[in-house]
Design a protein around this ligand. Structure first.
Ligand code: NDP
Length: 296
């Protein structure tokens, strides 16, 4: 039987609906949430992501600024931009779109962002708070995955979760969230990666399988347990001359075959992607709310 589809667009819409009320309440208290995105260089995928984030802000009447700089920017210039945004009262959230040019020390840039404005959730302060079970600003993609599971009433408690991928932005934080003691967590989590011996043997144990790999079709049907919930984070461009752009987007999972075995599955596009942006909006609103509580 074919799996049910996890509709990220619909869940993202419900997140945005909930945010609208919070944004109105903030405006009544004189605060308009503000997000600044810094885009360095002319990577087409980064431009698309930043444009989508700016459009999402516009739809929610969140103030947004996009600061575009050439790839030749120096470390000092980039640091100064972030410091100015740290001091800017209109801006509650700052993101610096990756990848950054090779001569830029990305960690140093992340460390410059004030943790209160770290809406990507990449600052070691945000990461540490997630790890100790006191999350403040949660990385957007992992948070989006938890929201999807919650919406479809997939409680990870006691379940075997296998995360394939150990990046700092997806694999590690989603694993950290799911192993916490608390609601929408309490899972038994295994993190697999390119050095994992017998990946199929590991993935077949999963009640919930999360693929964040970056290679199309890595997860095939024989790697999936019957009835598993499959979350495909991957976004990969594959050539497709039949499309206007000459390519199409696919995930890390062989969707056609795996959906015959899974109970629920996210499509690509339209699964995790819309949730990432929705949770970025959510973090921006939370950061703005926090300024009212702390007065900073
Ligand atoms: P990274 O390249 O940082 O990490 C990929 C991970 O996959 C690494 O841990 C790597 O192992 C592991 N890996 C690679 N090949 C294999 C393999 N054959 N078997 C097992 N593990 C493997 O990627 P990201 O985490 O940043 O992103 C992953 C994917 O998710 C990408 O397609 C990206 O575009 C997408 N993405 C989508 C988002 C969304 O909103 N939908 C947001 C963020 C990312 P090792 O560590 O050993 O190298």
């Amino acid at each position: 039987m074919a799996a049910g589809l996890i509709d990220g667009k619909a869940v993202a819409k419900s997140v945005r609906k909930e945010l609208k009320g919070r944004i109105t309440a903030l405006k009544e208290r004189g605060v308009v949430p503000g997000l600044a995105a810094v885009l360095v260089g002319d990577d087409p995928a980064s431009q698309t992501y930043v444009n989508s984030k700016a459009r999402a802000c516009e739809k929610l009447a969140i103030y947004s600024e996009v600061i575009r700089k050439p790839a030749t920017i120096s470390q000092d210039e980039l640091t100064k931009i972030v410091e100015d945004l740290n001091a800017n009262d209109r801006i509650h959230g700052i993101l610096v779109q990756s990848p950054l040019p090779k001569h830029i020390d990305e960690l140093s840039v992340t460390l410059t962002i004030r943790p209160e404005k770290d809406v990507d959730g990449f600052h070691p302060h945000s990461v540490g708070m997630v790890l100790i079970g006191r999350p403040v600003l949660i990385p957007c993609t992992p948070h989006g995955i938890i929201k999807l599971l919650e919406h479809y009433e997939v409680d990870p408690s006691g379940k075997e979760v296998v995360v394939v991928g150990r990046s700092n932005i997806v694999g590690k934080p989603v694993a950290a969230l799911l192993l916490q003691k608390g609601p929408m967590a309490n899972a038994t989590v295994t993190v697999a990666h390119s050095r994992t011996r017998d990946l199929s043997e590991v993935t077949r144990r999963a009640d919930i399988l999360i693929a964040a790999i970056g290679h199309p079709g890595t997860i095939t049907a024989d790697m999936v347990k019957q009835g598993a919930v499959v979350i495909d984070v991957g976004v990969n461009r594959v050539d497709d001359p039949s499309t206007e752009k000459g390519y199409r987007l696919v995930g890390d999972v062989d969707f056609e075959a795996v959906s015959q075995k899974a109970s629920l599955i996210t499509p690509v596009p339209g699964g995790v992607g819309p949730m990432t942006i929705a949770m970025l909006m959510s973090n921006t609103v939370s950061a703005a709310e926090q300024t009212l509580l702390t007065g900073i």
